[in-house]
Design a protein around this ligand. Structure first.
Ligand code: ACM
Length: 701
């Protein structure tokens, strides 16, 4: 399904257009149709025509019919980005009044909602002919989405810059497409949030889920309860003015902002200034480590609810969205169990266990929020029959919460499988679908309650310097899953388009590619940085929760090592792995592949001589030495395997065992990093010894 039955009416005119047009590439996973087009997310329907519209000096766009400041600003941003990308000269305003000469005509037929909501129509139609492009939408949101598509079509094309003649009709599959940014475990300054909002807009995401309070930090200025931010944030908090500015910035880009004030657990930072909110005696200090901490809000005390009522009344002024995230995850309840007054309260209220007490707490919150016209979003732990309808369940522990919520007629969004901090490849996130697995068994009415999902950027191991590289470009894969038809699944084509997206994202100021060089230069000092880049190119940080398992981190530990600089997904390893497989499938024919493999191996063999003299001189680089040694050893094994394949003399016995041991050593994490080319070298070795290949790991390498 592309839209739930209860949303169909909103999009009827566009659906009609979708069905009336010839069946070009409607919802089809048709890589051939995508060839050469770097659109991401892939639109609902694309009909490529012959010809092009040149983008040359004097390009400008006009808005007709309905307009408003955010549309004018969006058009201005588009013109500026085109000017920077193509070198066209921006015309002064007075020279752009002439509609006839405008290359892009934007026709919006009406205003959007005062406060953006998930029921709003985001569809658009973009038609490009030789002389002119027309973007039509019934709301400003549709215009914003269509402008991003237009920008993705502006490419160098041999005759300069141009946009292909094309007809696109586009409508999102899910109305809730979000990114969670945790500004608590590590502080994320306003400019970090803003550039990520620009990235989100580029891939048509429409919800910033802003995680604003935690054990490790309370990040919003409260004028009513100033000790929250004064004592709970180490001075790193958003002023109310900054919050307003970011919420406006997001709205200008068609993005809702949903604040999360996680409670009753994950609340230590609140208690530093207001220990009376806690279930156990203080004093409290800001959390410096992470995991599930013991302090919980006192769910049995009037003081807590009075405080929360006033606090929320202050905060709703800053966050206009109709939804409010109450967190609700990971509540072990020990502090409740240890407090006799709370235990007595539970008996009096007939609350059987901690789940019942949390449900009581959530019902109180729901009432407070209802008075402020806000509906609740919460992690899947909050699911409980006593909660009012109209809440949204965010499923993170699996798909069960999502499915159960939908069965009960509650809205739900998916985050399980989309934890960016797990450092998984884009392809793995791409395979996750909110309507797959157990959700596929739901009937269409139930499925319509699944509104979409959110990628989650938890910040235990990211700083403002590294966060972009953990979010981008992988989030593009999730954005496509949430926007495009379920049948768009070609992973090769995804990677091709993510590569272009990466460059587009740099254009809006994201640092996901460039930060590595800064960080490696800092590590290298006056030494050449290129060998370190070559090393980092084949590495990836360890996966899942392996990094926290080392146990030596606090929120004050600098994230400044090779593992922090290294990107989550090694495209070099991906290319190497694919080339090895092509070569092994056709050892005699794949001459260029053989050459590529040999060149890579030779480069890795050279790394010790480039790096060894220096590694020990740089305290922070000493940990890279075993990696360099393991990689060079691996490269030598690869070379031997190539020779064995060419001579037909396989390695045997102890020789083979020694070579295999080198590969096995290289597969083990070192300095919290993995050498991602090790599995492919292992396949090369096994092939040279005439052995069956070892099964692939989860990353498919
Ligand atoms: C969560 O990851 N604790 C929602």
């Amino acid at each position: 399904m592309s839209t739930g039955p209860n949303r169909l009416h909103l999009f009827r005119p566009f659906l009609l257009a979708l069905f009336l047009l010839p069946p070009a590439v409607q919802g089809q996973d048709d890589p051939a149709a995508r060839a050469g087009l770097d659109l991401l997310p892939w639109p609902s329907r694309v009909e490529l025509r012959t010809g092009r519209m040149p983008i040359d000096g004097g390009f400008y766009a006009v808005l007709i019919e309905y307009t408003e400041p955010r549309l004018e600003q969006a058009v201005k941003r588009l013109e500026e980005r085109i000017a920077v990308r193509t070198g066209t000269i921006l015309l002064p305003d007075r020279n752009r009044a002439d509609r006839v000469r405008a290359r892009l005509v934007v026709r919006c037929t009406g205003p959007g909602e005062l406060v953006q909501n998930w029921r709003e129509n985001e569809s658009y139609r973009l038609t490009v002919e030789a002389e002119r492009a027309i973007l039509r939408a019934s709301t400003p949101l549709g215009v914003l989405r269509g402008l991003e598509t237009f920008l993705q079509l502006v490419r160098p094309d041999g005759e300069g810059f141009g946009v292909p003649a094309i007809d696109i009709v586009d409508i999102p599959r899910f109305p809730w497409r979000g990114l969670l940014i945790d500004a608590c475990r590590h502080w994320m300054p306003p400019e970090t949030i803003k550039r990520n909002l620009d990235g989100m807009a580029a891939v048509k995401l429409n919800v910033l889920h802003w995680h604003l309070s935690e054990d490790q930090g309370f990040r919003v200025e409260s004028r009513l309860y100033p000790k929250l931010h004064e004592l709970g944030s180490d001075g790193n908090y958003y002023t109310q003015e900054q919050i307003r500015e970011i919420v406006d910035y997001a709205r200008d880009r068609g993005i809702r902002v949903i604040p999360e004030f996680d409670m009753p657990g994950h609340t230590t930072a609140w208690f530093v200034g207001y220990p009376e909110l806690a279930s156990g005696p203080g004093p409290y200090e800001i959390g410096r480590t992470w995991g599930v901490m013991k302090p919980h809000m006192d769910a049995a005390s009037k003081t807590t609810y009075t405080f929360l009522r006033r606090f929320i009344a202050e905060m709703v002024d800053l966050f206009p969205d109709a939804y409010w995230h109450i967190g609700g995850d990971e509540v072990p309840g020990d502090q409740w169990a240890e407090n006799p007054r709370i235990q007595t309260f539970m008996v009096d209220q007939d609350l059987a266990d901690k789940h019942a007490l949390q449900a009581y707490f959530n019902q109180k919150l729901a009432k407070i929020l209802a008075r402020e016209n806000r509906s609740i979003v919460g992690w899947d732990e909050i699911l409980h029959p006593d909660l009012p309808p109209g809440i949204v369940i965010q499923s993170w522990r699996g798909m069960e919460g999502l499915v159960q919520a939908a069965r009960e007629g509650r809205h739900a969004i998916l985050s399980n499988g989309w934890y960016l901090d797990h450092i998984q490849p884009a392809a793995r996130h791409y395979r996750v679908d909110p309507l797959s697995g157990p959700a596929a068994a739901l009937n269409p009415q139930e499925q319509a309650f699944i509104l979409g999902g959110e990628a989650c950027m938890w910040s235990e191991f990211v700083s403002a310097e590294t966060i972009d590289s953990r979010i981008w470009p992988r989030t593009g894969a999730i954005a496509e899953r949430l926007w495009s038809a379920a049948s768009v699944t070609d992973e090769e084509d995804l990677y091709r388009r993510l590569d272009t997206l990466s460059r587009d994202l740099e254009e809006v100021g994201l640092t996901h590619l460039t930060a590595r060089r800064f960080m490696l230069r800092r590590l290298a000092g006056d030494l050449p940085v290129e060998p370190l880049e070559a090393l980092s190119d084949v590495l990836e940080p360890v996966k899942g929760y392996q990094r926290p398992a080392t146990g030596s981190y606090t929120s004050l530990t600098p994230l400044n090592r090779l593992v922090d600089a290294t990107r989550p997904e090694s495209l070099t390893a991906r290319a190497f792995s694919q080339t090895v497989d092509r070569f092994l499938a056709d050892p005699d024919g794949a001459v260029a592949d053989r050459l590529f493999v040999g060149v890579c191996l030779a480069e890795w063999q050279e790394l010790p001589s480039a790096l060894y003299p220096h590694l020990q001189e740089r305290a922070l680089l000493a940990e890279a030495e075993p990696l360099v040694r393991a990689l060079a050893g691996l490269a030598a094994v690869g070379q031997e395997a190539l020779v064995a394949l060419e001579t037909g003399i396989p390695p045997e016995g102890e020789d083979l065992a020694a070579l295999q041991e080198v590969v096995e050593t290289a597969r083990r994490p070192q300095a919290e990093l993995l050498i991602m080319v090790a599995p492919a070298v292992g396949r090369l070795l096994n092939a040279s010894a005439g052995r069956p290949p070892r099964p692939r790991g989860p990353a498919g390498r």
